[in-house]
Design a protein around this ligand. Structure first.
Ligand code: BTN
Length: 266
């Protein structure tokens, strides 16, 4: 679906968020951003909605968010990047969001491979990247970001694993302040990594994710892989040692068998 209204907040940000298309209700901000990107919308264009009727999560899942309490938005990126480095982008986005959230709530955020952000070991945000390639390079990427901000009630099946900034801090969070902080942080990270090389995101991301050396299980397509994490590959995959052999995994759900290191970061 294409936007029916003019951008509301034009000029509020340098590049990321220079154009923001705001919807009360939409199927998915990612779908709209993809349509815009296909019509040559410029890098940094944002689509944000109060309510998504078909919000998408990773691995074909649904992203549920109570309308009016959270942040659900997508941003268009047009990086100069070979296709095999595309999986570095969600790590960059996770670092940008983590930094912004920490600046607003004064708590340590943790990243969980590939695209989750956690507080006190529970997920409060996720990133869904959808990219279009041409000639083995990235043409454009839409990065969708869902953040549980002020939501306090979750469906029973999620309640054990999900949290929000409000639940973690005990305080209501100004969504507009947070949104602006995230766009600013994402632009800063993106520009810095465009200049240095996107692989430089790896040490930054690892500083939020004490996963190396941990025992994990990874479920993908109905199969389970168990092993020890040895690092993140130069293309953003998880390097797992299993039965004395290293394998690089690019998708799946990771369970860390002992979550303690995720409870606090120095
Ligand atoms: C995940 O953790 O599975 C990723 C969730 C991504 C959700 C966001 S909300 C805004 C954007 N639009 C969508 O349909 N999905 C992403």
């Amino acid at each position: 679906m294409l936007p029916t209204r003019e951008p509301r907040r034009e000029g509020s940000f340098p590049r990321f968020g220079k154009k923001v298309y705001t919807f009360q209700t939409i199927d998915s901000t990612n779908n709209c951003a993809r349509a815009l990107a296909g019509c040559w919308a410029e890098e940094g264009t944002v689509v944000i909605a109060e309510e998504q009727t078909a919000g998408k999560g990773r691995l074909g899942r649904t992203w549920l968010a109570t309308p009016g309490e959270n942040l659900t938005f997508s941003i268009i990126l047009r990086p100069s990047l070979p296709s095999e480095e595309m999986n570095l982008l969600p790590l960059l986005v996770a670092v940008g969001v983590a930094r912004a959230v920490e600046s607003v709530i004064s708590m340590n955020v943790q990243c969980k491979w590939p695209n989750d952000l956690l507080l006190d070991g529970k997920k409060f945000a996720g990133v869904l990247m959808e990219g279009v390639l041409s000639n083995n390079a990235v043409d454009y990427v839409v990065v969708g970001i869902g953040i549980n901000v002020n939501q306090t009630l979750f469906p029973p099946e999620l309640a054990e694993r999900a949290t929000s900034l409000r639940l973690a801090t005990g305080a209501s969070i100004n969504r507009d302040t947070l949104f602006r902080a995230i766009l600013h942080s994402l632009e800063t990270e993106y520009d810095s990594l465009s200049a240095s090389g996107f692989h430089e995101v790896l040490p930054r991301w690892l500083s939020y994710a004490p996963i190396v050396g941990r025992q994990v299980t990874i479920s993908q397509d109905g199969s389970i892989l168990a092993g020890t994490v040895r690092g993140i590959s130069k293309h953003g995959g998880l390097i797992v040692e299993t039965n004395g052999e290293e394998r690089v995994v690019f998708a799946g759900d990771v369970t860390i068998l002992n979550m303690e290191p995720y409870a606090a970061r120095n």
